[in-house]
Design a protein around this ligand. Structure first.
Ligand SMILES: [Zn+2]
Length: 170
């Protein structure tokens, strides 16, 4: 059997298939990693049970793939970290999080600052997430992935928490 050639993803550092293909507009990702992420999204969109943790999947992936410094990247990192903070630290229902992100975007557009990325963006990656064989495994690994990436950004937690001040979580 021919062994698939792998390369290190420019974003998360995971070993991903060395392929030619599309990437996201402003996330810093290699085509092979973007493809694996697409596979996971397809799994989630295809099954409501897998879809339950979709919020965390998107946020974990986004904060692990930092693009070139610019307004879109700055906005993206801040909003996805906000989302992780709301979900993991405040137990906000996932379906309520887009509303919080929208609301904060309206309030802080142009105010968000570049967050100097940590040296390590976490040890769990999209490659681990693709290994889940059951809904339970999927949910477990996505939650661990989200927690791991959120923890990786700990030096900016205070700043992110500030943007969430005044939100009624009930
Ligand atoms: Zn990656």
């Amino acid at each position: 059997m021919k062994k698939e050639k792998v390369i290190k993803c420019i974003g998360c550092g995971a070993l991903v298939p060395d392929i030619v293909g599309p990437v996201h507009k402003y996330l810093g990702t290699s085509p092979g990693c973007w493809k694996l992420f697409g596979d996971i999204l397809a799994k989630e969109y295809g099954d409501p049970e897998y879809m339950k943790v979709h919020r965390l999947t998107v946020d974990a992936y986004a904060v692990q793939h930092i693009g070139v410094e610019g307004p879109q990247t700055i906005q993206s990192i801040n909003l996805h970290l906000l989302a992780l903070c709301a979900a993991l630290e405040h137990g906000v229902t996932y379906s309520f999080i887009p509303q919080i992100m929208n609301d904060r975007l309206n309030e802080y557009k142009g105010v968000f600052e570049w967050l100097d990325p940590p040296k390590s963006l976490g040890s769990i990656t999209v490659v681990d997430a693709t290994k889940a064989k059951t809904v339970e495994e999927h949910e477990k690994i996505i939650k661990e992935w989200a927690r791991d990436t959120w923890n990786a950004w700990s030096k900016h937690h205070k700043k992110i928490e500030k943007y969430l001040e005044g939100i009624d979580y009930r």
